[in-house]
Design a protein around this ligand. Structure first.
Ligand code: IPD
Ligand code: CA
Ligand code: CA
Length: 263
């Protein structure tokens, strides 16, 4: 497989999709909700996913596509080459803020991430990595991450998990929030993965993410030495929803050991 050629192809497709998203702001955006009232989707999420699928299927007919909006393939195994795509990660931000959303794409072979991309469309910030060849922010190589103690770390965590909830004991999370330097929540898992990878925050955790939220970002994060697991410390599930944490190496252990108690 010529990964250099696929890398160039994927980058140009993502840039073209980003341009389509930017010009979508000049037309009316239709908003629907999915299973839950705050799980939003727009005609643009769907159009962008269809754009990727028509191109990829035309040029790589034997590759499969696992896309959030469901226009791709039914994926029940990780065999072969799979493009894991979130056409807009952070749809609520896309609708309400017109910023803090990203295109997220990971290209996997038999479950192993080979290429990863996160494109913060509004800032024109492009994060990408090729397995074993390093990660980049625009054209700048990202340095390897070193450990940071929790007391000096900024943690990406959504306030939902600090309040009582049915997935995780919230008292230890509140303790983590008290013991760290600060917290942030950007509302796009892909952007939070990009920020951990580029050292802007030190860890990010979530109780429920889908494969397309993390697939691209995991390739990037692993290239800079960040640790990516679910909250049990296992490999995240890439065929369905799972918990998730990405963090600097020692910090990952410190958080899992002292602050995570799943229900
Ligand atoms: C969502 C965002 C959000 C995360 C949600 C995801 P979407 O993706 O990544 O930050 O907390 O769990 O579903 O729906 O905007 O693509
Ligand atoms: Ca998403
Ligand atoms: Ca999405």
């Amino acid at each position: 497989m010529n990964w250099g050629a696929i890398d160039r192809y994927a980058k140009s497709l993502i840039k073209e999709a980003g341009h389509k998203i930017r010009i979508s702001f000049f037309s009316k955006i239709d908003v629907d909700s999915k299973a839950e009232a705050n799980d939003l989707v727009t005609n643009i999420d769907r159009d962008i996913e269809r754009f990727f699928i028509s191109r990829i299927k035309g040029d790589f007919p034997d590759h499969r596509i696992f896309g959030e909006e469901g226009f791709g393939d039914e994926i029940e195994s990780l065999e072969g080459i799979i493009w894991m795509l979130d056409p807009i990660d952070g749809t609520m931000n896309f609708i309400h803020q017109k910023r803090n959303f990203a295109i997220s794409l990971g290209i996997y072979v038999n479950g192993i991430g080979m290429l990863g991309y996160i494109y913060d469309v509004i800032n024109d910030d492009f994060y990408h990595a090729v397995k074993d060849e390093g990660a980049y922010f625009n054209d700048e190589r990202l340095p390897m991450l070193e450990n940071t103690p929790l007391s000096e770390a900024i943690i990406g965590v959504n306030a939902s998990w600090v309040a009582p909830n049915r997935r995780i004991e919230n008292a230890p999370i509140a303790e983590m929030v008290r013991n760290c330097r600060g917290t942030r929540s950007y509302g796009s898992a892909a952007i939070e993965l990009a920020y951990v990878s580029s050292g802007r925050i030190d860890a990010y955790l979530s109780l429920r993410l889908s494969p397309w939220d993390i697939a691209g970002g995991m390739v990037i994060a692993q290239e800079v030495g960040a640790v990516t697991t679910n909250l049990k410390g296992e490999q995240p599930h890439l065929l369905g929803q799972d918990t998730f944490i990405v963090a600097r190496p020692g910090l990952h252990d410190e958080i899992l050991r002292n602050y995570i108690k799943l229900k």
